[in-house]
Ligand binder design. Structure first.
Ligand code: 1HE
Length: 259
């Protein structure tokens, strides 16, 4: 795959994908969003888990504002562009491969939108979250109303934008924007640890986690419970089930630990 704005490195079954436009603080332009969509639509053969990070001190500064100003997009052009972002981030969220975000510095605007499409997010202490669209006279278009709104709640998202709040990592953790905080510069290392552990799960279990849970959240109670039973039945047909259960029953399984 010919990639210019992303770097991809395979570490065994883990693909480490780096947003790589540090001179623009990894802002996302049209070419980058296409690369993201193409990569996540068809990750390299053998990829079990993907880690997404950004080059330099910031994860992602959101929409490329220089390109946006230069192109002077019409309403329809901007709507179509937003739909390409939706397509690309849907490949991440629903592609079936777990994506672990390793965050640092700015996770703002479209940067928070792409982070919200990750299934697990590790932030370091330098991380901050904002939706500064109002301050740029625009509106979210990369899925924040759906993905961020569902994480922090619609009311809080309105307040976050209206009051121009910037949340630090600790506040982000309290709100679910990230799931763990580590010392500065350590988010990639910790995301890789999580990825390695997740790569040991049965592929069908991981598939169910990343494709079923958020979809079931959109369903009614009866539909959701039915969909869950179907998904559980399919996972139960996986070849790893007998070995996974035997490991526990023969007391060889790793003990559960809090973290
Ligand atoms: C950029 C961008 C960008 C930086 N597009 N070029 N996003 C924002 O409103 C966030 C805008 N950026 C910032 O607030 C800051 O740049 C940061 C907090 C991310 C980083 O600060 P800092 O001090 O490390 O860097 P800087 O000096 O502000 O920026 C360095 C360079 O990156 C500079 O270019 P230079 O040529 O002067 O070196 C900046 O112009 C450039 N840069 N951010 C283009 N975003 C689908 S809709 C989504 C809607 C949104 O995402 S709105 C939110 C947009």
């Amino acid at each position: 795959m010919d990639l210019k704005s992303l770097r991809v490195e395979m570490r065994g079954p883990i693909a480490v994908v780096t947003l790589s436009r540090p001179d623009r603080r990894n802002a996302i332009d049209e070419a980058t969003v296409e690369e993201i969509g193409r990569f996540f639509e068809k990750p390299p053969e053998g990829t079990k888990v993907i880690v997404l990070t950004g080059e330099g001190p910031h994860f992602c500064a959101g929409l490329d504002l220089e390109e946006h100003a230069r192109l002077g997009r019409t309403p329809v052009e901007f709507m179509r562009m937003c739909q390409r972002w939706h397509w690309a981030f849907d490949q991440m969220q629903f592609g079936g491969t777990p994506v672990i975000g390793a965050l640092q510095g700015a996770v703002v605007g479209g940067g928070l939108e792409i982070a919200a499409a990750c299934h697990s997010r590790v932030a370091d202490e330098t991380t901050f979250f904002a939706l500064p669209e109002g301050q740029r006279a625009i509106f979210t278009g990369g899925g924040a109303t759906v993905r961020v709104g569902r994480i922090i709640g619609a009311g809080r998202m309105v307040d976050m934008m209206l009051a121009a709040r910037t949340y630090d990592a600790k506040r982000g953790l309290d709100l679910g924007l990230c799931h763990e905080i580590v010392p500065p510069g350590r988010s990639l290392e910790r995301a890789l640890e999580i990825a390695e552990a997740a790569a040991k799960h049965a592929p069908l279990s991981n598939y169910a986690m990343v494709t079923a849970i958020s979809r079931i959240n959109d369903m009614s109670t009866t539909d959701g419970l039915f969909a869950e039973s179907l998904m559980a039945g399919i996972v139960q047909s996986g070849p790893e089930v007998a070995a996974g259960l035997a490991e526990f029953l023969e007391k060889r399984a790793k003990r559960l630990e809090t973290r």
